[in-house]
Design a protein around this ligand. Structure first.
Ligand SMILES: Cc1cc2nc3c(=O)[nH]c(=O)nc-3n(C[C@H](O)[C@H](O)[C@H](O)COP(=O)(O)OP(=O)(O)OC[C@H]3O[C@@H](n4cnc5c(N)ncnc54)[C@H](O)[C@@H]3O)c2cc1C
Length: 383
């Protein structure tokens, strides 16, 4: 057994663990990252749709995303690395029923400094062709777009290493012991680490990792599929376009069209085989809004599946655990962990180094909400 010491052990080298490791190392913490798989971004991160948006309906998500978008955008200037942030935009197609709420969301987004526009159907259809049946309006986020999950994760890990962190791949954490003084012993095979804080950034496995420490963290895997056209099937490029009436979304990636949407009856659990039956149903759903899609040739070889890391309310879990203040969760961000990874990592480091999070009101992300009664549970955040 190889016994070592660290201030913080970060479990997981996806986008969130990598960002946390960087911010912790930059704050002077001795950090060790333990990752079960062969390299960075090998879990959900590397299978992401990689779309990023500040267009949320609540202040917390607007801030988490908008701060993160700016962090991705500033990477080349701050660190000399391009992490693939491209402001290709995000077009939201919103139903009549949700349109008033969407206009209030636009006001809120603007109050937070996010550029967002309300577009006429004609202007929006010039960006992505669609049928306006049943729609109340459309909004456009010109700073929203895409990032490269592999580049961003690797860049954060490099920064962490430059700050003195150690990153160990092929180190699956298999036991965690708590000590009376709040410290932990984390074991991965023959490596044993004594540390003051553990950061649980294990994505969809965060629940299993917490169980090793006797803690209950309600995170499960839920499969999501990405379907792809043949290369060259589109004449031009399309930005991320989301039909809020059905949950169907699409965008182009290089020469391909990509599209997806959650299967409502998807059963929880880890699986990454592509759901071909759902592709047919989803295409029928998508064709109602984007009739031209039926003529797009598909390519099974370009499709993939991965898992969201879901919580019961589909929002992340961030911060320490009341009964174990030196255990810090940074997990369960469902389908928006990539776009918020920079800020999740920054706030995780703040929790570790100061014992709290003052930089943003993250009450709605605290694990305590799951123990709350229905009456005092935070309001469910919209979309
Ligand atoms: C198809 C799809 C589309 C998506 N689209 C988007 C999108 O457009 N925008 C967006 O923001 N998000 C999107 N997401 C979600 C996003 O990918 C995740 O929220 C994000 O990547 C989570 O990052 P993470 O670091 O928490 O998890 P992960 O990347 O899963 O990293 C967790 C790591 O922990 C490691 N680990 C687990 N158990 C252990 C252990 N016992 N010991 C050591 N290591 C362990 C795993 O191997 C893994 O590498 C999408 C996800 C999928 C699958």
């Amino acid at each position: 057994m190889e016994l070592q010491a660290a201030d913080v052990v970060v479990i997981g080298a996806g986008a969130i663990g990598a960002s946390a490791a960087h911010h912790l190392a930059a704050a002077g913490q001795r950090v060790v990252v333990l990752e079960a798989l062969d390299g960075p971004a090998a879990g959900s991160t590397g299978r992401s749709f990689a779309s990023i948006r500040g267009q949320w309906a609540d202040e917390l998500n607007i801030e988490m995303s908008w701060r993160s978008i700016r962090a991705f955008r500033e990477f080349p200037q701050r660190y000399g690395v391009d992490v693939g942030y491209r402001p290709s935009g995000y077009l939201l197609l919103v139903s009549h029923q949700l349109w008033d709420a969407q206009l209030r969301a636009v006001e809120l987004q603007r109050e937070h400094g996010l550029p967002v526009e309300v577009l006429s159907f004609e202007a929006a259809q010039a960006i992505t062709p669609f049928s306006a049946d049943g729609l109340g309006g459309t909004t456009w986020g010109p700073a929203d777009g895409v990032v490269d999950p592999h580049l961003a994760t690797s860049a954060y890990l490099d920064l962490a290493r430059n700050g003195g962190a150690t990153v160990r791949f092929r180190h699956r954490v298999d036991s965690i012991a708590a000590h009376g003084d709040g410290s932990w012993t984390v074991t991965a095979g023959t490596t044993e680490l004594r540390c003051q804080h553990v950061v649980n950034a294990a994505g969809g496995w965060a629940g299993e990792v917490a169980t090793l420490a006797g803690l209950d963290v309600p995170v499960v895997h839920s499969r999501r599929n990405v379907y792809a056209s043949a290369a060259g099937a589109l004449a031009g490029s399309l930005p991320m376009t989301v039909d809020f009436t059905s949950g169907f979304y699409l965008r182009s990636e290089g020469p391909r069209l990509l599209f997806g949407g959650a299967r409502p009856d998807e059963v929880d659990g880890y699986r990454t085989d592509v759901d071909w039956a759902w592709m047919e149903e989803l295409l029928a759903l998508g064709a109602r809004r984007f009739p031209w899609i039926v003529d797009v040739p598909l390519d099974r070889a370009g499709c993939w599946a991965g898992t969201y890391e879901n919580t019961p309310d589909h929002h992340g879990i961030l911060g320490s655990v009341p009964d174990a203040p030196t255990w810090v969760n940074a997990c369960g961000f469902s389908g928006h962990g990539m776009m918020q990874a920079p800020e999740i990592g920054r706030l995780t480091a703040e929790q570790v180094t100061t014992g709290g999070i003052a930089g943003l009101d993250v009450t709605a992300l605290r694990i305590e909400r799951f123990a709350a009664t229905a009456a005092n549970r935070p309001v469910e955040l919209v979309f």
